[in-house]
Design a protein around this ligand. Structure first.
Ligand code: VGL
Ligand code: ZN
Length: 208
């Protein structure tokens, strides 16, 4: 499929941070491979928005905050099931910084998420209760953007939840696979594709 971004399309870059890259606390296999791809893609867009996973120390999504629990285990939280993660993307740490080679200068907005101690936020739009907004939908609507291209980390968590919410909010949503990498925890990638397909998320290999 040949896709050309129009001048009111947005490239939404999810969580390209050191902790999700090789050597990081929650490293995604090959996570840093998205950096040159995203830098190339970003040149094609008039509008680029970045998200940054941004947790306070001791965040409730960290296994270390739940004695007796293990990393990658799911527990019940007041808002639903929550996977427990290694401590990652702690506010102000180098792990929370964008990958040093990611071209960030042209970003018009950086939206931070996951800063409330008691709730995680995978999606760029809503926290994991699926109700508490980050403000991104209002921003995009006020600027009359209707179509979003998604890239970043990880395909099966933050990219997936962002894509589903984007569709729920009525945005045309295109995931660019070359700019994404997955964690793939217990079938999460297969589930992500099924859910995104059902929600009408379009999927392309790359932009030509
Ligand atoms: C993410 C797990 C925990 C992601 C963020 O960016 O996909 N995954 N926090
Ligand atoms: Zn996180």
């Amino acid at each position: 499929m040949h896709v050309q971004p129009a001048n009111n399309d947005v490239l939404l870059v999810i969580d390209v941070q050191n902790d999700f890259c090789p050597g990081g606390a929650l490293a995604v296999t090959d996570g840093d491979a998205v950096v040159p791809v995203i830098n190339r893609l970003a040149q094609r867009f008039d509008h680029v928005v970045l998200t940054q996973d941004w947790h306070p120390a001791g965040h409730s999504s960290f296994a270390t905050s739940h004695p007796g629990s293990n990393v990658f285990e799911a527990i019940d939280m007041p808002y639903g099931r929550q996977t427990l993660w290694p401590d990652h993307c702690v506010q102000g740490t180098s792990g929370a910084s964008f990958h040093p080679q990611l071209a960030t200068d042209r970003a018009e907005l950086v939206i931070r998420k996951g800063f409330r101690p008691a709730i995680d936020s995978y999606s760029a739009f809503y926290e994991n209760d699926r109700r508490t907004p980050t403000g991104l939908a209002g921003y995009l609507r006020e600027r009359s953007f209707e179509k979003i291209f998604l890239v970043g980390l990880a395909t099966d968590f933050c990219v997936r939840y962002s894509a589903i919410d984007a569709r729920r909010l009525g945005f045309t949503t295109v995931l660019i696979e070359a700019g994404c990498r997955a964690i793939d925890l217990a079938g999460s990638l297969e589930a992500a594709w099924a859910e995104m397909n059902a929600a009408g998320v379009q999927r392309v290999d790359d932009l030509c």
